[in-house]
Design a protein around this ligand. Structure first.
Ligand code: MSP
Length: 499
């Protein structure tokens, strides 16, 4: 706990921040896209910690539904065995990518199931869930309904067979009555959906009347799901189950984590699931009488060598393979530097390699080894005096301060690429500083010894700043640099880093 602020006469709560990733489907093993969202959330969490926040970071797996039953069948396994196996791949991957989540939630856990039942009962009791039958075109092969426009020549695009017209009854969530409330909520909470272009997208969806959401499947069609608390013959389908993870993980309704962290909840997702997160989820929360989450961070999609990742193209990028070859911190750096948060980006091995060579080996690596070897050569590794009073012309401090300011503003706005850009500008400034001041020349004359001391000391101070700022993106590299500079790891907070 941080000390209270007695100036203003009331005790200030510590700043808290809850971040989540989507819970990933377990119908395939983790790929580049999953890795990006989870790394971005880890970077944001580490940054908030540095900035003095008490953080909580949640990720997990989404394990119910017919896609998963089908994937299990393909491998001749029961759904339970199958989800166990794939969920494990996600759980094992994150520590390998230097991701430090506080919890890993699975939708098959009993605690989660109870919260889903609780939420459904609550919304049902308020009259926002109703039963209704409808008729539609159903493909038995796909086990799903099709819209007319999805068919190819009136046939299922996957099976080439004509779907049957069947009548089914299901439960629906009344969303339309909350439409005006949601529009108003978005407009009165700037930054609720970030970046702005996705807020615009959601508001434009909301110009059309919202259809009610089908939230069930009869057990005759699907049993791998959570039974509706008010009708044994049905399970709940997909979004009511999945979205609820964000509160079940925190121990809603009475858990201390829920009380502490829910008010600061911010969800990271990609643009593919903006509708469930930007529309269904706030309306579900509203209907259940809960506080609305604080914000949604939406990023774009990674393409690989210019195409959408797909099994048939064979370009599904495996983070285990890439990090095995190039290193974890280099991979994290590349992802954060290359993608403008909110826009799509392209992954190719060429660009990855050239960034590693230029930014990491050349700019940062060379600077670091040049400075350390000069420090060893001229001062036997001891830290020389700064002489800031006599050689103010040599001071890098104003630029270091400006770098920290730019970095902090960019990272606070989730513009990770800009934060890194600021740090690398400072790195290249230091490389030029060495060329300008030529320490090797200063070392030749004992009269210029104090000036040499000031140059090396300024560079060491600059490296310390760099090592601290890269921590959220490259935690291992940061630790190693600080170790070599023999600087103790700071506990937290920019003020400590500045000292
Ligand atoms: N289970 C749902 C989410 C429920 S959240 C309450 C789901 N799962 S998913 O496995 O399909 O994951 C989708 C998410 O994975 C995206 O929103 C994004 O975070 C990540 N990505 C998957 N492919 C991606 C790219 N090609 N590029 C970037 N991120 C992508 O949807």
């Amino acid at each position: 706990m941080r000390p209270g602020n007695h100036h203003t006469g009331f005790i200030m709560e510590p700043k808290t921040q809850f971040f989540s990733t989507p819970i990933y489907y377990v119908n395939a093993k983790p790929h580049l896209g999953h890795a990006y969202t989870t790394i971005a959330t880890d970077v944001a969490t580490r940054f908030k910690q540095m900035d003095g926040y008490d953080t909580y970071f949640l990720t997990g797996t989404d394990e119910h539904g017919d896609k998963i039953v089908q994937a299990a069948e393909k491998q001749s396994q029961s759904p339970a065995q199958y989800v166990e196996k794939i969920s494990r791949l996600f759980q094992d991957l994150w520590p390998r990518l230097h991701i430090e989540n506080d919890q890993f939630i699975r939708t098959t856990q009993s605690g989660h199931i109870q919260v889903v039942e609780h939420l459904l009962s609550k919304i049902h009791a308020r009259g926002d869930i109703y039963f209704s039958s409808y008729e539609g075109l159903y493909c038995y092969g796909c086990e799903r309904f099709y819209q007319e426009r999805e068919l190819v020549d009136g046939k299922c695009p996957d099976h080439g067979t004509a779907p049957s017209s069947i009548k089914e009854s299901n439960y629906f969530f009344k969303m339309s009555q909350y439409q005006d409330w949601l529009i108003d909520h978005i407009k009165t909470h700037p930054g609720f959906i970030h970046p702005k272009q996705y807020e615009t997208e959601i508001l434009s969806f909301l110009k059309e009347p919202l259809e009610d959401l089908c939230i069930s499947r009869p057990k005759s069609r699907l049993t791998w799901g959570i039974t509706l608390p008010f009708d044994d013959n049905y399970v709940t389908y997909v979004w009511f189950d999945a979205l609820t993870n964000y509160i079940s993980a925190l121990g809603y309704p009475d858990g201390p984590l829920f009380k502490k962290f829910w008010p600061s909840a911010r969800h990271f997702v990609a643009k593919d699931i903006i509708k469930p997160h930007g529309i269904y989820w706030p309306i579900m929360l509203k209907a259940a009488g809960l506080d609305i989450y604080n914000g949604l961070n939406v990023h774009g999609f990674w393409n690989v060598s210019g195409s959408k990742m797909s099994k048939s193209i064979g370009n599904v990028t495996d983070p285990v393979q890439v990090t095995g070859q190039y290193g974890v911190d280099a991979f994290r750096y590349f992802l954060m530097r290359e993608m403008v948060f909110g826009l799509d980006a392209n992954f190719t091995e060429d660009v990855l390699v050239s960034r590693i060579n230029a930014d990491l080996a050349n700019d940062l690596g060379n600077l670091f080894s040049r400075v350390l070897s000069m420090n060893l050569k001229y001062f036997k590794g001891q830290v020389p005096a700064l002489h800031s009073d006599i050689f103010s012309d040599l001071s890098l401090a104003p630029e270091a301060d400006a770098t920290i300011r730019h970095f902090r503003a960019a990272m606070a706005g989730y513009a990770f690429h800009k934060g890194l850009e600021a740090v690398w500008q400072f790195i290249s400034r230091m490389n030029k500083y060495i060329d300008t001041h030529e320490p090797w020349g200063l070392a030749k004359d004992p009269k210029t010894r104090p000036r040499l001391e000031a140059v090396i000391r300024n560079l060491l101070e600059g490296l310390r700043t760099v090592a601290a700022l890269i921590y959220p993106v490259m935690p291992e590299t940061s630790r190693k640099m600080l170790q070599e500079l023999t600087i103790p790891q700071p506990e937290s907070g920019f003020s400590d880093w500045n000292k």
